[in-house]
Design a protein around this ligand. Structure first.
Ligand code: ZN
Ligand code: ZN
Ligand code: ZN
Length: 262
């Protein structure tokens, strides 16, 4: 868990509330992102394959990479092109340098278009050279695909009126930036034994037009039947320790630096 905070991060700039001034490190939340490290077991050819999959390039990517000592990024999955999920993109240059290769990026078709437009200096650079550019290869996601020997299943989620992507890998799912799981996406989450561990959006208690509230997220977790659920994209309304004490067994707030073994 690289970042568990909402778009503005926690603490919020200029805010003196109890969470923003908390000394509990779990109340310091950077912008939302996770890193998935694939355990290749004894596969002989694994050294050449994908081991480290970053989900989104958050505004805080550089600090997250330093805090969690992220040494490799072999592929990037994008959920959507909101600023909090993409504005750290330039920092992947360091991985290009260390790995001496371009990085494969996977995103829904609209997100691919948004990335090309927002990062036109990367994808449509001027003739004049100078300064380093991230080296990225964009692939539109059309359906399930395989990275590092694991199947990545894109799950369409509704983020207000904007369709975004969540991702399922085996019995794990990452479902951020959503306030609804469409009917057509439930079978993808329930089939093949379903999801036992989920990281899911839960902004705050009060309802919001584009994010699940805690109550809405709890209802989604119950329907999923996941035995472990971790809330993300959390704003400064939710103190970590106090909120966890009120949540049902198996459900807790995620925090930056949390490691899950799936
Ligand atoms: Zn977001
Ligand atoms: Zn605050
Ligand atoms: Zn968003």
């Amino acid at each position: 868990m690289l970042g568990s905070g909402t778009s503005s991060g926690v603490p919020s700039i200029g805010c003196a509330c109890a969470v923003c001034t908390s000394t509990d490190p779990r109340d310091r939340r950077t912008r939302p992102s996770i890193l998935i490290e694939v355990d290749g077991g004894a596969a002989a050819t694994f050294a050449q394959s994908v081991q480290s999959i970053l989900v989104d390039t958050s505004t805080d990517l550089r600090n997250q990479a330093l805090a969690c000592d992220v040494r490799r990024v072999d592929a990037i999955l994008f959920t959507h092109a909101h600023a909090d999920h993409i504005f750290g993109l330039d920092d992947v240059r360091r991985y290009n340098q260390m790995q001496r290769s371009a990085i494969a990026c996977y995103a829904g078709r609209h997100t691919v278009d948004d990335l090309r437009r927002i990062f036109s200096y990367v994808f449509d650079p001027p003739v004049q050279k100078g300064g380093g550019l991230p080296r990225l290869t964009l692939f539109p996601i059309e359906g399930p695909f395989t990275l590092g020997g694991v199947e990545i299943v894109p799950i369409t989620l509704m983020h207000g009126v904007l369709p975004v992507l969540g991702f399922r890998i085996g019995a794990f799912a990452y479902l951020t930036d959503c306030n609804q799981i469409p009917d057509g996406s439930w079978p993808l989450l329930m089939q093949d034994g379903g999801v036992s561990t989920v990281i899911i959006d839960a902004l705050r208690h009060r309802p919001h037009s584009t994010h699940f509230s805690v109550a809405e997220s709890l209802a989604a977790v119950a329907r999923l039947g996941a035995s472990r659920a971790y809330f993300t994209h959390i704003c400064h309304d939710l103190p970590h320790a106090e909120t966890n004490a009120q949540l049902p067994p198996g459900v807790e707030l995620a925090y930056d630096g949390l490691v899950l073994n799936i």
